[in-house]
Ligand binder design. Structure first.
Ligand SMILES: [Zn+2]
Length: 487
């Protein structure tokens, strides 16, 4: 999916337009303030926060109005429904809820923040946390470079605030910034509440990136500091949601702030590979990081999405299970590669044993198999000469359809459907649609195949990204069929 395609579906277009209206007004206001050099940084920041508040309000009204209830698992569509409010974990530990949480640890010498949520929600989260404490922000620890964790950082930073992140943070931020248009389109396909690229709010403070840590922590290194008698340890734990993960550990209270280290939910099978398209996360490094956390006597896990988990024994068992599950999938993939099996065979064969079973709504075992394969072996699978040349099989589809005839192809596709083989049906339908992109019979079969896959996804692994993708394709199919509403 690219930027052009992203612009084509307009589910959130109206929201984007409304946001754009606010942004233009806000930019005028900020521009006016910037003309006056004496107005000072503080006034400017206040104005920008005010802007964020207005934008956040508009977004909430338009995005949240149609939904109800608070998300209970980590899907991005559900997270947008969470109300923004402050919840307390311990005497000195608070977090503001949202798509991504902003955690605040108060001390007598200032406050420490862990993650800063989504930029659209910073004004409201900041207001809620500052009602608890207005003390200076001494340190901000950023768990990784994803936008739902660093969005508010620029608004929280004060002159002397230390920004602590992983030593790969800036590199991860660089590649995510350089590929932003590409990734924005893909993300919006899956998360249609995002405004279209051309309608997105585009003011300096809201832009992704540009955060420079003042302290960095390398892989499996620990950076410790004490503030107001509270001991803090920032640990470099690569391999979870990217190469630049850190967690924050409060040894005195045995609280672990995990960011996305376990994924948006704990425990779950991790996203070793993101289907939306980021760099592959390194499995062995992740296994090592999980092993390191097993050494801590964790009593509470405070993640940067959803709510904390308590209970030392269960937490230890769940971390161990996550580590062993990733290790199992990794080793089975390597073993299969050495035995000469194809990636598709391994995707079908490798299943978690019952004692290691974990929910797969975020990461999926078969996609992890594929990503581990590609991570080690690259893109050439030694299966066909055609893999080496920029001539995909789809280049001959239209000619193939002409020779075979649509009637025979559609009968074949229907037979596959009847035999409950929707993916094979989709292969055949793609041949027909290559020559005739609005062939109604082919689109009807595509719709049924997608519905079958959606049903099995919803009744089976319930993987969010698979479900979002199938829903997006169903909407696209309905549109091509001239149907008003998505099925
Ligand atoms: Zn996240």
């Amino acid at each position: 999916m690219n930027r052009l395609n992203a612009g084509r579906h307009k589910q959130a277009g109206a929201v984007g337009k409304i946001l754009l209206g606010f942004v233009v007004l806000a930019m005028l206001a900020i521009g006016w303030l910037m003309l006056d050099e004496d107005s000072g940084k503080n006034i400017k920041k206040q104005a920008q926060l005010k802007t964020m508040e207005v934008i956040g309000e508009a977004a909430k009204k338009n995005l949240g109005a149609a939904t109800e209830g608070e998300g209970t698992h980590g899907s991005a569509v559900e997270l947008i429904r969470r109300p923004i409010e402050v919840r307390q974990v311990a005497d000195n530990v608070y977090y503001a809820t949202g798509v991504g949480n902003t955690v605040m640890i108060t001390t007598s010498e200032g406050n420490v923040l862990f993650d800063t949520g989504l930029v659209l929600q910073v004004a409201e989260q900041r207001k809620a946390l500052r009602a608890v404490s207005e003390a200076p922000v001494s340190h901000i620890v950023l768990s990784h470079s994803h936008a739902d964790h660093i969005g508010g950082a620029k608004f929280w930073m004060e002159d002397d605030t230390e920004i602590i992140a992983h030593s790969d943070f800036e590199e991860e931020q660089r590649y995510l910034s350089e590929l932003e248009p590409y990734q924005y389109g893909r993300n919006r396909t899956l998360f249609p509440w995002m405004p279209a690229w051309e309608d997105r709010p585009d003011i300096e403070m809201m832009r992704y990136g540009g955060i420079e840590p003042t302290v960095t922590v390398g892989d499996w290194e620990t950076y410790s500091f004490t503030l107001g008698g509270v001991e803090f340890q920032v640990i470099g734990t690569p391999g979870a949601e990217g190469a630049d993960n850190v967690v924050l550990w409060l040894p005195q209270q045995k609280i672990l702030f995990s960011g996305d280290f376990f994924g948006p939910q704990f425990p779950q099978f991790p996203n070793v590979f993101t289907m939306r398209g980021e760099k592959i996360r390194k499995p062995i490094e992740y296994i090592k990081s999980l092993g390191m956390l097993l050494e801590l006597d964790i009593e509470t896990v405070v993640p940067s999405h959803l709510d904390p988990t308590t209970g030392a024994e269960q937490i230890h068992a769940d971390i161990k299970k996550t580590r062993d599950a990733v290790r199992y999938v990794h080793d089975a993939t390597v073993e299969g590669m050495n035995a000469g099996k194809s990636v598709y065979q391994l995707m079908r064969e490798i299943k978690l044993p019952p004692e290691l079973e974990l929910v797969q709504n975020h990461g999926r075992v078969d996609w992890a198999v594929r990503s581990i394969w590609d991570y080690y072996a690259g893109w050439f699978h030694f299966e066909s000469t055609t893999e080496l040349y920029p001539v995909p099989v789809s280049d001959v589809y239209a000619d193939l359809a002409e020779v075979a005839g649509n009637e025979g192809l559609l009968t074949l596709a229907q037979n596959y459907l009847n035999e409950n083989q929707p993916v094979k049906a989709l292969h055949i339908v793609e041949v027909v649609l290559a020559a005739d992109s609005i062939n109604q019979s082919a689109l009807q079969i595509r719709k049924q195949a997608l519905q079958l896959l959606l049903e099995s996804a919803q009744n089976g692994l319930k993987n969010d990204y698979e479900i979002y993708w199938l829903q997006y394709r169903l909407t696209d199919t309905a549109r091509r069929l001239g149907e008003e509403e998505a099925p």
